[in-house]
Design a protein around this ligand. Structure first.
Ligand code: 2RA
Length: 339
């Protein structure tokens, strides 16, 4: 029983995590198709005790498929997403291709499930649902419960983003560079054209005319869409740091009405998908390593913003696994809402 599903980009880092999450959450599917580019087609993989051959993604791949999880880049989503929808498939797309399209819900299941109200699998009616960008998901998992309690007027985000956000090859290169540096060898710089190990740099996405890069503007625009609030002021600085697979984010929030740090901490302790690690005495706060391969986003450094009057400002520090909650888990949770 359950929907027939397909995983598009199954050999990539997120594609592989889709399978892990589907397994971990015992997602009920009737059949599963493993789809990838021509280059990866033919590879064998086993999943839940069964062997599969990776099939080349074509227009015909979606015949009879109820739900397709896409993570194969924006151009593949643009080309095959609409074809799948035409065939009656519900596409959960991890790329940025359709996120800002008005008729495409942009969903963090713990935050705005109502945005995909009425879309159900197995009805033969296709639809497109967009997975937000990883840094947006991780930030909003902590910021939204506070925003719901006391409307956020302005949010300032500084991110410290892991290699995984740039793909499996970037993770491999970070490891290789680290060895090369320690061994005094020339450093291999193919992915970012610069040394990454023992270094950090402004996010590698394109810089726009306003001086922000694409990653930063995704945080600005996606927050406004997910909160359904076109007036909230958001600014961001996104930095790539030598960490493998979990993002860290410093978030400063200014509220319309006061929200004190104790109330904020209580709200976060009750927030779904969030764990509070906020031990000042032990100087113990979230770290990327401890949230890696985990579902929950960790939040700490919860404190009143001393640059604001009274309790109108709050600073927090958030860590979340970029491949899991930042991509694959969020998409599978969206698929669960389709059942
Ligand atoms: C990054 N947000 O971390 C991107 C990945 N989609 O580079």
């Amino acid at each position: 029983s359950g929907p027939s599903i397909a995983v598009v980009g199954v050999t990539g880092a997120v594609g592989q995590e889709f399978l892990s999450v589907l397994h971990d959450r015992d997602f009920p599917y009737r059949s599963i198709k493993m789809l990838a580019s021509k280059r990866s087609a033919g590879q064998k993989l086993s999943f839940q005790g069964r062997s599969y051959v990776v099939e080349e993604l074509t227009g015909g791949s979606f015949d009879g498929v109820d739900i397709a999880l896409f993570s194969a880049g924006g151009s593949i989503s643009k080309e095959f997403g609409p074809i799948a929808v035409e065939k009656g498939t519900i596409v959960v797309d991890n790329s940025s291709a359709f996120r800002m399209q008005d008729d495409v819900p942009l969903v963090v299941p713990e935050v705005n499930p109502e945005a995909m109200e009425g879309i159900k699998a197995g009805k033969g009616k296709g639809a497109l649902i967009a997975n937000p960008n990883c840094s947006t998901i991780i930030c909003l998992m902590a910021a939204t419960p506070l925003h719901r309690h006391s409307k956020v007027k302005r949010m300032v985000v500084s991110t410290y983003q892991a290699a995984s956000g740039a793909g499996a090859a970037a993770m491999r290169e970070l490891e290789q560079q680290t060895h090369e540096v320690l061994e005094g060898k020339p450093v291999t710089c193919e992915i970012f054209q610069r040394q990454y190990a023992f270094n950090l740099f402004s996010h590698n996405s394109a810089v726009l005319p306003n001086g922000y890069n694409e990653e930063e503007m995704k945080l600005v625009k996606e927050t406004r869409k997910i909160w359904n609030d076109k007036d909230v002021k958001v600014t961001a600085t996104c930095i790539r740091v030598p960490v493998m697979r979990a993002h860290a984010e410093s978030v400063n929030l200014e509220f319309e009405n006061p929200l004190d740090e104790d109330t904020a901490r209580d709200i976060l302790k009750k927030a779904p998908g969030v764990v509070v690690i906020d031990d000042r005495a032990a100087n113990n706060f979230p770290t990327p390593l401890e949230v890696s391969n985990k579902d929950d986003v960790a939040v700490g450094r919860i404190r009143r913003d001393v640059s604001q009057e009274g309790n109108y400002g709050l600073d927090i520090f958030v860590c979340g696994d970029q491949i899991r909650k930042g991509a694959a888990l969020n998409a599978v949770q969206i698929a669960e809402l389709l059942l």
